[in-house]
Design a protein around this ligand. Structure first.
Ligand code: AGP
Length: 588
C-alpha cells in the first residue's frame, strides 16, 4: 500500500523524487521519507504526516546526490512514528531500503539478526531487509547478488528498492506480489511502485514479474529471473495521458473525478469487439462462473451478476476477493473467474485470481491500470480507460466498470445494436446538477451519527456503494441494504430524523419500495428519495434522469458520490486522503 520511487541519474534527484512522492502519495500517507547518497555519505530525512505537512520534506528537496529513494507509508507493522517511516538504514548505515508489502517471517529473521549483533531502530518488518542485505553485501561485495540472496530469505509480499552507500552508481530492487516498475529515461532510470511516480520524465516502462531482481544504473537495466538467468525485456510505452494527474480547477481529485464521468463512461465503452466477444464466449461456456472483487469493484460485480442471471440465465457466484479461497469447491478446469479492479494490484483480488488459476480456472478481468499485475496475469483483460483515479474513493472507476460489465453482458445476450452513449453521457451531466441540493442535505444532516441506504433488486448494490462512499469519506456510520431487509432488524435503529437514502427508480420494484419508504417515514425517518419519479413520502427528493434500466446505477451513483464528498468537506476531512485508508490495497 506504500508508494515507492527510486532514481539513478546524471543530475541531482531530490526534486524529482519529491515530485514523484506526491504523485504516489495516494497509496499511503501517514509518513514519508527520502534518502540520497552525496559525497559518499548516505543521508536520510523523514517525518510523520502528509508530504505537504512534513517539516523535513522542505529539507528533502535540498538534498544533494544523483541517486536517491523516497517512500510514503501506510503503516502495517509498527505505529506511525518517525522511526518507523522509511527509508530504513542498516546498522552501519551502508545500505538503505524502502519497501511496500509485508515480511511475514520478520520475527525469526529479526531474532537471528539481533543474535548476530545487529541493532534495530524501528518496529517495522522492513528493517530486517536492510540488515540482511548489509550482511549479504559484506559477503558478496556485489549489490545485485546481495539483493538476490537477501530476498531468498523473505516470506510474504514485497517490492523493495535498495541503495548502497559505497555504490552511488547503482540501485537494486525486487518484487513478489507487490508492483515494481522500471522507468527507462534519458540519463535517468527509475524504480517505482507506480508509473505515475515517473511519468513526468519518461513513458518507457518495464514491468517486473514476481521473484525478479533488478539493478539499474543511470543508463542500464539488468533483470535477473528466479532461475538466476538474465531476463531480456524491452520497455513498453505507456500513455502520456497518465501524466495528467492535476486537480485542474477542482478543490480535490475526488471532485474532479466525479465530474469527469460524462466523459469517462464514453471512454469505457470503447472496447475491442473481439475481446468483448471472447470474454462473453468464456462466460457462456464456463462450467462454473465466479465474479470476484473488493470494495466498490465488488458492488460493480454484484450488478454484473444480477444481469447475467436475470437476463442471460447464467449462474454466477459473486465472492468478495478475500474470501474466494474459502469457495474453491466449484473451481476447476473449465471454470471462469471474472475479476474487477481499478488498480489491478489489490492483494485480495490477486490472491483470488491466482488461487482460481491454480485450480485450473481461466481469469478474465476488468481493470483500469494497464500493465498492472491483474491485467498481466489474466487470460483476457478489458480496460476501463477512465484515466488515473487518484482520490482514494472509487468514483469514475465504478461507473466505468458498470459500462464495461454491461458491454460484456450485452455480448453474452447477443445484442448487436450499440448503446447511445451520448445520451447516457448527457444524463450523467444532468445528474451532476444535483450538487446544490446535495449541499443542502449536508447542511441538514452533517451531525447525524448514522445514515442508511436502501434499494431493491438491481439497485441494492448501489445502496451498498452509497454507504461505503459515505463511510470512507465522511467517517459517518452508514449501512446499505436491500429494502426488504429493513424489517428484519434495522428498523429498530430508525428514530425521529434518521436519514435514509432511498434509491427507487421507476420500474417493477417501484411500488413495493414506496411501501417500505412509508414504513420508514411512519417511524420518523427522513426519507431522501433518489428516483426519476417524485413521491410525497420523500422528505427530500433528488431527481435522476430516466435512462435504460441497466445504466440506472450509473446515474444513481452520482448523487451518492457527491453526498459523500460534500459531507467530507463539511466535516473538514480530506476527501482525497481519508484516514486509515489507501488507494491501492496491496496487503492482505
Ligand atoms: C472504494 O471507494 C474503496 N477505496 C475500495 O473499496 C476499493 O474499491 C477496493 O479497495 C478495491 O480496489 P480495486 O478496485 O483497486 O481492486
Amino acid at each position: 500500500m506504500c508508494g515507492i520511487i527510486g532514481c539513478v541519474a546524471e543530475e541531482p534527484v531530490a526534486a524529482l523524487l519529491l515530485d514523484g512522492l506526491v504523485r504516489v502519495e495516494y497509496r499511503g500517507y501517514d509518513s514519508a521519507g527520502m534518502a540520497t547518497i552525496s559525497r559518499g555519505k548516505l543521508g536520510v530525512k523523514k517525518g510523520v504526516g502528509r508530504v505537504k505537512d512534513i517539516e523535513e520534506a522542505r529539507k528533502m528537496s535540498a538534498m544533494s546526490g544523483t541517486v536517491g529513494m523516497a517512500h510514503t507509508r501506510w503503516a502495517t507493522h509498527g505505529g506511525v512514528t518517525n522511526a518507523n517511516a522509511h527509508p530504513h538504514a542498516s546498522c552501519k548505515e551502508q545500505v538503505a531500503v524502502i519497501h511496500n508489502g509485508i515480511i511475514e517471517n520478520y520475527i525469526p529473521l529479526k531474532k537471528a539478526l539481533i543474535a548476530k549483533g545487529h541493532r534495530f531502530k524501528s518496529e517495522t518488518d522492513t528493517e530486517v531487509i536492510s540488515h540482511i542485505v548489509e550482511d549479504e553485501y559484506k559477503r558478496t561485495k556485489n549489490p545485485l547478488r546481495a539483493t538476490q540472496a537477501a530476498v531468498k530469505k523473505l516470506k510474504g509480499q514485497y517490492a523493495i528498492v535498495v541503495m548502497f552507500q559505497d555504490r552511488p552508481d547503482v540501485m537494486t530492487g525486487a518484487r513478489k506480489d507487490a508492483p515494481l516498475i522500471v522507468g527507462v529515461g534519458k540519463g535517468k532510470m527509475f524504480l517505482a511502485s507506480d508509473v505515475l511516480a515517473f511519468i513526468g520524465h519518461t513513458d518507457r516502462t518495464i514491468f517486473l514479474d514476481n521473484y525478479e531482481v533488478v539493478q539499474i544504473t543511470k543508463e542500464e537495466v539488468k533483470i535477473i529471473g528466479p532461475d538466476g538467468r538474465e531476463v531480456r525485456r524491452d520497455p513498453n510505452q505507456v500513455a502520456w495521458e497518465l501524466s495528467d494527474v492535476t486537480k485542474s480547477d477542482y478543490a480535490h481529485y475526488t471532485l474532479k473525478e466525479i465530474n469527469e464521468q460524462p466523459k469517462t463512461i464514453v471512454a469505457a465503452s470503447v472496447q475491442d469487439p473481439y475481446k468483448v466477444a471472447e470474454f462473453a464466449r468464456a462466460i457462456k461456456r464456463a462450467k462454473s462462473l465466479f465474479i470476484t472483487a473488493s470494495g466498490t469493484s465488488y458492488h460493480a460485480g454484484l450488478l454484473m451478476k444480477f444481469r447475467l442471471s436475470k437476463e442471460a440465465r447464467i449462474r454466477a457466484d459473486v465472492v468478495v476477493a478475500g474470501e474466494l479461497k474459502e469457495h474453491t469447491e466449484f473451481l476447476g478446469k473449465g471454470s471462469v473467474v471474472v475479476a474487477l479492479s481499478q488498480s489491478g494490484e489489490t492483494a485480495d483480488v490477486m490472491e483470488a485470481v491466482r488461487e482460481a488459476k491454480k485450480h485450473g480456472a481461466k481469469a478474465y478481468s476488468i481493470v483500469n491500470a494497464a500493465g498492472s499485475s491483474l491485467a498481466r496475469e489474466s487470460d483476457v483483460t478489458l480496460l476501463l480507460n477512465c484515466g488515473p483515479e487518484v482520490g482514494v474513493a472509487a468514483t469514475k472507476s465504478f461507473t466505468a466498470q458498470v459500462v464495461v460489465a454491461n458491454l460484456v453482458v450485452d455480448a453474452v445476450l447477443g445484442k448487436k445494436k450499440p448503446d447511445r452513449l451520448e445520451e447516457l453521457s448527457e444524463a450523467v451531466a444532468d445528474a451532476l446538477k444535483c450538487d446544490g441540493q446535495v449541499q443542502e442535505l449536508v447542511r441538514e444532516y452533517r451531525d447525524r451519527p448514522d445514515f442508511y441506504f436502501v434499494a431493491r433488486g438491481y439497485e441494492s448494490p448501489v445502496a451498498m456503494e452509497g454507504a461505503l462512499k459515505l463511510k470512507e469519506l465522511s467517517y459517518i456510520h452508514a449501512e446499505g441494504m436491500p429494502a426488504s431487509e429493513l424489517k428484519h432488524g434495522t428498523l429498530a435503529l430508525i428514530e425521529k430524523g434518521t436519514p435514509v437514502v432511498f434509491i427507487n427508480p421507476s420500474g417493477p420494484n417501484h411500488a413495493e419500495s414506496l411501501s417500505n419508504a412509508e414504513e420508514l417515514s411512519a417511524r420518523g425517518a427522513d426519507v431522501i428519495g433518489i428516483s426519476d419519479v417524485r413521491d410525497q413520502v420523500y422528505k427530500h427528493y433528488i431527481q435522476i434522469p430516466k435512462v435504460s434500466p441497466k445504466s440506472t446505477p450509473i446515474v444513481e451513483a452520482i448523487p451518492l458520490q457527491l453526498l459523500a464528498y460534500r459531507m467530507s468537506v463539511a466535516k473538514r476531512n480530506d476527501p482525497d486522503y481519508p484516514r486509515n485508508l489507501a488507494k491501492s490495497v496491496t496487503v492482505k
